[in-house]
Ligand binder design. Sequence first.
Ligand SMILES: [Zn+2]
Length: 301
Amino acid sequence: MPLLSMTSLLRHALDGGYAVGYFEAWNLESLLAVKDAAEAAESPVIIGFNGKFLGNRHRRVKEIIDHYGSLGRSVAEHARVPIALILNEAYEPALLQAALDAGFNVVMHDHEGCSLEQSIQINISLVRAAHAVGAEVEAELGELPAWDIGEKKMSAGIATDPGEAERFVTMTGVDALAVAVGNVHILEGRKSRLDLDLLAQLRKRIRIPLVLHGGTGIEKDDLKAAIAAGICKVNVGTALRRTFINSMKGYFQKHDADILDPGEVTSTGGELDMLAAARADVAAEVVRLMRIFGSVKKAGA
Ligand SMILES: [Zn+2]
């Protein structure tokens, strides 16, 4: 079906007491894995890519964002479940505009290093540009701590202030707000605890859908409590990338690729295809998370 607006999916979720997952892709297999999962679970879903990664200036090849937009739209059009398509967390306004031109129907600015006033100004312009083409804007207020796996250290975060959030939403007109309530970016090996009181205060003052980034590192019970308290979108990236890596590692432990037909290993999609195996493993992880989010069998809602 054609792309649906993210807020229409999220309003249904809020009414139904569940959350829609944004499962971040990085290539064709991961994108299709999310679609496979959503169809198997009969769940609405948000698909997309990360603007910080696609726009990373250290990439060996500069990416053309239009490829990713076309890919996402095509996947949505062929899917049997409702889908919205986001370019998540892009720094550069030019990249966000390119994403709107490429047909992403949600964009999000990454505000790291911006003052509140800068972030307000950027989001005012972004909302104007997005709404003009029927797209929507997610923004983040406060700052999630991030886990550094090498250093085993957490950066300091800034919890979202309810009064500031209310002012931000009113001034910018953004469509969804990501909040920092104890959730942590890229957290593995341990779980963060959420400040559910702060979330309840935010919910009272903010009328637009609230979003939790850092879904990988949140305790299952906390996630469920946050969804009950009004979170209707949860972002997951790290858990899917880790699943993909582990699948490839497992493949090479099990098979000697040196004596296999390279076509079988990479291209046929059959039993010996490592990319097909990774796609299936990622899809299984997405279905597992959809069960926790409560979105299974909500595609027709
Ligand atoms: Zn994030």
